[in-house]
Design a protein around this ligand. Structure first.
Ligand SMILES: [Ca+2]
Length: 203
C-alpha cells in the first residue's frame, strides 16, 4: 500500500484517493499504470498532510525556549501567551492544542523574542494557525534588530508574510541582518496569533 497516503485526516481530497487505489487492486491489468502515477498522487496527497516547522539545513532554532513578549493576550481557555510561539510545538490548531499565541484585536499587535545575544539571522520561519483566520497574518512584518524600543517595530525589516493559507509555513529571509530581537507585527487593526516562530542564524 502507498505509505504516503497515511496522513489524510486534514483534507478529504487526500482520503478520496484510497477507494480509487482499491479498485485498481481488483483489476491487476491496470495496476502497472497506477503505480506509474503514484509519485504524482503522492505529491497531490502531500498538500493534505499535517505541516510541521522544518529546520533548514540542520540549523539550530535559536529562538526556541527564549523569553517572548506580546502586546496583549487574548483571554481564553488556551493560555495563548507569547512563549507558545517558541515552545517547539508546531501544532497549528489554536483551539484545544495550547501551542499558539493570541493577542486581542488591537491596532498594530506585536510579538517579539529575545535571543539573548546578537545573531546574524539568515531566516525566520512562521507557522500560521491551521484552524482559522489565515488572512489575519497578511502583511505581518518580520523585523530583526538590537532595540526593543517600540517593541522592535523600528528595527530593520526582513520581509512580510504573504501566504495566508491555513497552516502556512512562511520562511522570511533576513540575509544576515544582525540583532538580538526578532519582532512580528501586523500594522493594522487585527489580532495576532502565532503557532511557532523559528529563528535561524549564527552568532
Ligand atoms: Ca507552538
Amino acid at each position: 500500500m502507498p505509505i504516503f497516503l497515511r496522513n489524510c485526516s486534514l483534507k478529504r481530497s487526500s482520503c478520496e484517493i484510497h477507494p480509487h487505489l482499491v479498485d485498481q487492486v481488483r483489476y491487476p491489468r491496470t495496476m502497472l499504470i497506477t503505480w506509474m502515477w503514484l509519485p504524482l498522487l503522492g505529491l497531490l496527497a502531500g498538500h493534505g498532510e499535517a505541516q510541521r516547522c522544518k529546520p533548514e539545513m540542520r540549523a539550530t532554532n535559536v529562538a526556541r525556549g527564549r523569553p517572548a513578549f506580546q502586546s496583549s493576550t487574548y483571554v481564553s481557555a488556551f493560555n495563548s501567551v507569547a512563549s507558545k510561539a517558541v515552545d517547539g510545538n508546531c501544532s497549528g490548531r489554536w483551539v484545544g492544542q495550547n501551542s499558539c499565541t493570541h493577542t486581542q484585536r488591537e491596532m498594530g499587535p506585536w510579538w517579539y523574542v529575545d535571543l539573548g545575544s546578537r545573531y546574524a539571522v539568515s531566516s525566520v520561519v512562521v507557522k500560521s494557525r491551521e484552524d482559522c483566520c489565515g488572512e489575519r497574518l497578511r502583511g505581518a512584518e518580520i523585523r530583526v534588530g538590537n532595540f526593543v524600543t517600540n517593541h522592535g517595530k523600528s528595527n530593520p525589516l526582513c520581509g512580510t508574510i504573504t501566504n495566508t493559507r491555513l497552516g502556512a509555513i512562511s520562511t522570511i529571509s533576513c540575509n544576515g541582518k544582525v540583532g538580538r530581537y526578532v519582532t512580528v507585527t501586523v500594522p493594522r487593526m487585527v489580532s495576532l496569533a502565532l503557532c511557532e516562530v523559528e529563528v535561524y542564524g549564527t552568532r
